[in-house]
Design a protein around this ligand. Structure first.
Ligand code: UT7
Length: 332
């Protein structure tokens, strides 16, 4: 530990999405819905859906490799990979597989599960390893394939979710600290609002001992409750983080929220008194990609030349748990 108290810089970003795009019109052939309903209620038009060959590990590895290249580093420079996902290829975790696919042979890797808050939770977790001087170069990935776990006959959920992965590279710095503040929260009393629950079957092993084996039920969500929760809690968390960072709303260049619903992004911006032009959104193309949505939207904004070095970004994740989190950081 020779770097205690190091600052954090965020120096690379990359993303990956499956090739196939499912449109609102496609969805109207599957369930009783319409392009008009989906677009007016959510802002979504398409979402990318994984095929048989596009695994969670491969999408995450592709995003990570692009982020590492963007940071001008080699995979062997990476010390730690934190993979935020709720949909690993393997319930034991997919991070080690990602480490191997990326060729980050020196890195330790682990999964972190916090649903749609996962990416911000993972960024904050990664930052602790940097601040304590343990690691120099850390890759934070958000990746999810929720299309595996939605009920394709339930129009209240199946129209919302898409698949993808995004990644950033965080680096220790003695000269600057670009992660200005953060907030993290959980409220398990509202757990039933959004679930992907285990579903067991009883199997008798020997007299008196029965095991519960099984699979998972598809995603269930009380959309209205989660909507209300997000619009109430997210602005509060961002305001607290801004206060800790000593910033006022005029200091924020971009609002980068979990891409769950365009109406949520608009409502949060309004509460914060941020003009709509400062919202970063790619929900029309990707829908809700859970842990991937924030780095996917960041990568798109960087490629479009919107986000520039030194820009101050207020980000927030929210979702199942329920969990919510905010972070204020500067790019580059
Ligand atoms: O990523 C995790 C965090 N997730 C979120 O933040 C999601 C938060 N929630 C939402 O974004 C919104 O609540 C939804 C987009 C999920 C739903 O929008 P809403 O405006 O809250 O609609 P609603 O649930 O109040 O439903 C309104 C109507 C209902 O019909 P009735 O009961 O009024 O007759 C639904 O049955 O719309 C109906 N409906 C649909 N109609 C056409 C629900 N889904 C659909 C659909 N197509 N896909």
């Amino acid at each position: 530990m020779n770097n205690i108290g190091a600052g954090i810089t965020i120096i690379g970003c990359g993303s990956a999405a499956p090739q196939n795009k499912l449109t609102n019109v496609h969805l109207s052939e599957i369930v009783e819905t319409s392009d008009e309903w989906i677009n007016s209620r959510t802002g979504m038009r398409t979402r990318h859906i994984s095929n048989k060959t596009e695994s969670l590990s491969q999408l995450a590895a592709d995003a990570a490799q692009r982020a590492i290249a963007d940071a001008n580093l080699s995979p062997t420079d990476i010390d730690l990979i934190v993979l935020a996902t709720s949909t690993p290829d393997d319930l034991f975790g997919s991070a080690s597989k990602v480490q191997s696919l990326v060729g980050a042979t020196r890195a330790v890797a682990f999964d972190l599960t916090a649903a749609c808050s996962g990416f911000v939770f993972a960024l904050i977790t990664a930052s602790q390893f940097i601040r304590t001087g343990v690691y120099q170069n850390v890759v934070v990935i958000g990746a999810d394939i929720l299309s595996r776990w939605v009920d394709w006959s339930d129009r209240t959920t199946c129209v919302l979710f898409g698949d993808g992965a995004g990644a950033i590279v965080c680096q220790a710095s003695q000269n600057s600290d670009r992660l200005l503040a953060f907030e993290m929260h959980s409220d398990g009393s509202q757990n039933a609002c959004l679930n992907l629950p285990y579903q067991s079957q009883s199997k008798s092993l020997v007299p008196g001992i029965t095991t519960q084996y099984g699979t998972y039920k598809p995603v269930t969500m009380n959309g209205r409750e989660v909507y209300r929760f997000a619009v109430a809690k997210v602005p509060e968390a961002i305001e607290k983080a801004m206060f800790r960072a000593g910033l006022v709303v005029e200091d924020i260049d971009w609002l980068l929220l979990h891409q769950a619903n365009q109406r949520i992004m608009d409502a949060v911006a309004k509460r914060l008194k941020l003009p709509p032009e400062k919202i970063l959104s790619n929900i029309a193309e990707h829908g809700n990609t859970s842990a991937a949505s924030i780095p996917l939207a960041l990568d798109a904004a960087l490629k479009e030349g919107k986000v520039k070095a030194g820009d101050t970004i207020a980000t927030a994740g929210f979702g199942a748990g329920l969990t919510w989190s905010a972070a204020i950081f500067q790019w580059g």
